[in-house]
Ligand binder design. Structure first.
Ligand code: SAM
Length: 293
């Protein structure tokens, strides 16, 4: 067995022996809090039949525990200087694969072949905060099979993920996530739970992937274009914001009337089903006028 990296003193000795230096630009804040670790594992609820995909294992503090519970663990770490640290921490586990790479540059469908014999797949990540949104969107849009994701994110991001319409935190990311998943707020985590402590507060959330998206949408690309246009011009009325879709004023009026949405409303007040209704009205309008989607 390798070093028990859930013990801060052992973790620090291992990092020191490997000559490791924390890289701020990679969002490296390693977890050193037993209570937070326990909360992550409880929320992930990985059984011996399941696979776990971990983004950014760092020194392997979560990975070690996942390896004890899961059928298979696959993790992707960008910082190659952590390779010897992970090799030590994960010595003795034959169910763990480590890939040293940028998780956004890999083909997730190819990665997922590792989980062919797993009952459920759970994504677990103490995310590097500089790249949270691209990773979240990549995860949700990749189309790979997973049942839930337990994520440590900046508190503001956690608030955006679960924000209801018309609230300050509601935005395109809220819609993208809530369209595909139900979001559980699992609580705040203070900076002192990490080494080095981040400048911001963190929060733990769980996404439970819906069997079907929250609303029925004929053309997802168009749906998300509508969402981006609506939020792209915050505080503008929809009458003005939707011109970003290339519609003239009259067409915008028609589409909004068709969707029964007041043109004086602002994009950030629309619910998921209203966005879906708006996208459907736009599809119908484009089909009628013969314009390209
Ligand atoms: N999981 C570890 C823990 O909880 O102690 C480390 C978490 S730390 C917040 C984020 C980790 O993600 C770092 O190890 C960092 O090197 C890694 N990372 C940053 N950008 C990445 C990327 N694009 N792809 C994969 N890993 C990345």
């Amino acid at each position: 067995m390798g070093t028990d990296v859930s013990k801060p003193s052992q973790l620090m000795s291992l990092l020191q022996a490997a000559g490791f230096r924390f890289k701020k630009q990679l969002g490296q804040n390693f977890l050193v809090d037993a209570h937070a670790l326990q909360r992550i594992l409880a929320a992930a609820n990985v059984s011996a039949a399941d696979g776990a995909f971990e983004i950014g294992p760092g020194a392997g503090v979560v990975t070690q525990r996942l390896a004890q519970q899961a059928r298979r663990v696959l993790c992707v770490e960008k910082d190659t200087t952590l390779a010897p640290v992970l090799a030590n921490a994960l010595a003795g586990f034959d169910n763990v694969q480590v890939r040293m790479a940028d998780v956004l540059e890999l083909d997730w469908h190819e990665l997922w072949q590792a989980f062919a014999d797993c009952r459920e797949v759970v994504v677990v990540a103490n995310l590097p905060y500089y790249v949270t949104t691209p990773i979240l969107l990549h995860m949700l849009e990749s189309g790979v099979r997973f049942q839930r994701a337990v994520l440590m994110v900046q508190r503001e991001v956690a608030e955006r993920l679960q924000a209801p319409p018309a609230s300050k935190a509601y935005g395109a990311l809220s819609v993208a996530v809530q369209y595909r998943a139900e979001v559980d707020w699992l609580g705040r985590v203070p900076p002192g739970a990490f080494i080095p402590p981040p400048k911001v507060e963190s929060a733990l959330v769980r996404l439970r992937v819906r069997p079907q998206p929250a609303v029925q949408v004929e053309d997802e690309r168009l749906f998300f274009r509508v969402v981006r246009a609506a939020f792209g011009q915050r505080r503008k009325t929809l009458r003005n914001a939707l011109t970003g879709l290339g519609l003239d004023k009259q067409a915008t009026q028609q589409v909004l009337a068709e969707a029964a949405i007041d043109p004086e409303r602002r994009g950030e007040t629309l619910s998921l089903s209203e966005f879906a209704g708006l996208a459907a009205a736009l599809v119908a309008h484009l089909a009628y006028t013969g314009a390209k989607r």
